[in-house]
Design a protein around this ligand. Sequence first.
Ligand code: AMP
Length: 295
Amino acid sequence: MTPSIADTVQELNEALTPTRLAMSPVALVPTMGALHDGHAELLRTARALGDVVVVSIFVNPTQFGEGEDFDRYPRTLDADLARCEKEGVDVVFVPDAAEMYPFGIADGPMIDPGARGAVLEGASRPTHFRGVLTVVTKLLSIVRPSQAVFGEKDYQQLVLIRDLVRTLFLGVGIVGVPIVREADGVALSSRNAYLTEEERRHARALSRALFAGRDAAEAGAAAVMDAARGVLDDVPEADVDYLILTDPELGTPPDEGDARLLVAARVGATRLIDNVALTLGDPAAGAAHPRGAAG
Ligand code: AMP
């Protein structure tokens, strides 16, 4: 069935009226569009929850810093709508900035992500998570889903959104979806469209470094970092912003057990991020369900 398309909050409320009257649960999948197979996995996850599926497509200006790629971010609405239809989405919410920011994007209340928003991505992009958490809060308020689905591709974002829900008692379940990758390991991303063929080859260094780190995890944190750093050192075209090992909550990694290895690097003019779950030390010490896995 063709999804309903809502450009305004009022149209969204109209589209969801039967759902709300029937008290059927809603699952929300927030996106910035340019949908790819990674997003499709989120849509399928939402569908499998058995809820009415709402997808938002909004290139959120407040999460882009000055000089970042807001203006050239890929916008492919027709193809996105076709994909939403194929994946059985019920409602697509496509607001503009005036709808989402009634006081304009430079004014109005914003959500402060706290200390965990200032590290990793936040260190390089100081206003990024403020924009992300603000728009996610707005979308949750507008759609009022019982569950919202996010990718582990943006792992720090997923952690901060769980913090947000807990801190503000938003009463929505947050479902994390593992990273969808190309056959050569590169994580799918709308920004991969910026890469030249040569840059695309260099981009493989990120996932190769993460996998090398994961493969060395039994020998401990230092071995993880050596292995990952070794791969990145061989590809100077991938200009590393950070390579950091944390615990699943982005804190200090444990000596043994579940951890996360996160990387950001610039390839040409494009900033790419990726991450992987790993178990340090004795593999039997890891929990069966690391944070961020679905559920
Ligand atoms: P974006 O449109 O880039 O803001 O992404 C929307 C959602 O899709 C976020 O929750 C992302 O983490 C998720 N996502 C993007 N790429 C992937 C991927 N390769 N695998 C899994 N989830 C993804």
